[in-house]
Design a protein around this ligand. Structure first.
Ligand SMILES: Cc1cc2nc3c(=O)[nH]c(=O)nc-3n(C[C@H](O)[C@H](O)[C@H](O)COP(=O)(O)OP(=O)(O)OC[C@H]3O[C@@H](n4cnc5c(N)ncnc54)[C@H](O)[C@@H]3O)c2cc1C
Length: 399
């Protein structure tokens, strides 16, 4: 028996003993794990039990070092764990920007003190993070950001405004880009800094969206005093850290919207939806055009899943994603948008409801998910911006 087979047996018996039965095979997607944080509530106690058991075993961040609360697993062991979780159709114990964005960046750029302060709390789901990048005048042109940080003694005093801050009202800490040197070239005067959202001077206002449920907030920063030790990487060197984080973010978005929807996942398949809405004739879906679109989407999803898996396997251990993450981000988000359009076609007029007795909960949810998916090609950097990155940094084309 290989070491990996032994590890698989170990994982299976651990899951058998620790994965709550109520969560196995539960309907949903890979996106509905717990977000954690100080404000988290767990109406289903099994969710909390599952989170705590995984955190204890290092399975919320399987590949992070044990010293910081991770599982210390090698890449092929983490793959075995993912396979076994998928077999039981378990929700991820924990999701969020801590695990997918700031955690990997702290592992790469953080001081030992920062790693010890933040990583374990992320792994245990104790702290929820938000991203303070975009400003009213700085989205695609992120390096044009204007939020100012001025050093006073051993603190930075921050003033400015962030916008589109997803879940700022739920978050406990923000990772934030600030302008620390207004006289330098724009990319060279930026610092990457962390602060607690309870720091005096931080005000969060939710923004309403077309999909009804809105993750968005505006975040106002007025004389927010942040210890200088909370700078990640070099002072004025935040652009390097910011770009590394964006590569992690784009990889996460691609995984979430593309690969995570592979047929082995927990979502309901197109065929299931179509069987209910369109019906069967001669033992196959009654609508030939729909059959073709479903088959195409399934093939695209599987091909994308294999491609991202291959890229992950080929990457050297400890390799941080680079500009190639832009390719996966574009494809994954477009795939998700095509998928949502297809589901809307399958459900027909039932997918166009907003409220009322004529629609069931699942149909109302589908309408909102479809509207939400429009933002996929904007969040984490628009598709046009990804194409520019691919042209310049992957293909090496001239400006
Ligand atoms: C669902 C969602 C969640 C988000 N969450 C967060 C968050 O948590 N934190 C955060 O900081 N931000 C967040 N954002 C903001 C997001 O990063 C910005 O919306 C995005 O970077 C685009 O910036 P903008 O909205 O200012 O558009 P603009 O930059 O004004 O762009 C407008 C249009 O012009 C195009 N364009 C701009 N520049 C170029 C160019 N050089 N070449 C070609 N086309 C160009 C764009 O592609 C776009 O179509 C989120 C956005 C969404 C939709």
């Amino acid at each position: 028996m290989s070491d990996l087979d032994g590890f698989r047996d170990e994982v299976r018996s651990w899951l058998d003993a620790n994965a709550p039965r109520s969560l196995r095979g539960a309907p949903g997607t890979e996106l509905d794990g717990s977000w954690g944080g100080r404000k988290a509530t767990y109406p289903d106690p099994d969710r909390k039990r599952w989170l705590d058991a995984c955190a204890e075993r290092g399975f919320t961040a399987p590949e992070w070092p044990r010293a910081y609360g991770g599982g210390g697993l090698a890449r092929d062991e983490a793959k075995v764990l993912r396979q076994e979780l998928a077999k039981l159709k378990l929700p991820p114990p924990l999701i969020g920007f801590g695990l997918t964005m700031i955690g990997p960046v702290l592992l790469q750029f953080g001081s030992e003190e920062q790693k010890r302060e933040h990583l374990t709390r992320i792994c245990r789901g104790e702290i929820r993070w938000c991203q303070g990048y975009s400003e009213p005048g700085a989205g695609s042109d992120l390096a044009g950001l204007q939020t100012r940080a001025v050093l006073e003694g051993d603190h930075y005093v921050i003033n400015g405004q962030k916008i589109w801050t997803s879940y700022a009202d739920q978050a406990d800490w923000m990772f934030c880009l600030v302008r620390s040197d207004p006289s330098a070239k724009k990319q060279e005067g930026i610092t990457f800094i962390l602060f607690d959202m309870e720091t005096p001077g931080v005000t969060v206002k939710p923004i309403k969206l077309i999909s009804g449920s809105s993750p968005f907030c505006e975040t106002f920063l007025t004389n927010v005093r942040v210890p200088a030790k909370n700078v990640v990487g070099k002072v004025h060197g935040g652009w390097t850290v910011a770009k590394a984080l964006l590569a992690h973010e784009r990889t996460m978005i691609a995984d979430a919207f593309g690969a995570a929807q592979g047929s082995g996942g927990r979502r309901k398949s197109f065929a299931d939806w179509a069987r209910e809405s369109v019906g069967f004739e001669a033992n196959r879906l009654a609508d030939a055009a729909l059959r073709e679109r479903i088959a195409q989407n399934e093939m695209d999803t599987r091909a994308f899943l294999l491609t991202t898996q291959r890229a992950r396997d080929a990457a050297k251990a400890g390799h941080a994603p680079g500009p190639e993450s832009s390719m996966f981000k574009i494809y994954g988000t477009e795939l998700n948008q095509r998928r949502m359009e297809l589901l809307i076609s399958i459900a027909g007029p039932q997918a166009l409801g907003w409220e009322g007795a004529g629609f069931d909960e699942r149909e109302l949810d589908l309408t909102r998910q479809w509207l939400r998916s429009r933002g996929n090609s904007i969040e984490g950097g628009t598709s046009e911006v990804q194409l520019n990155i691919i042209a310049k940094r992957v293909l090496g084309l001239p400006d």
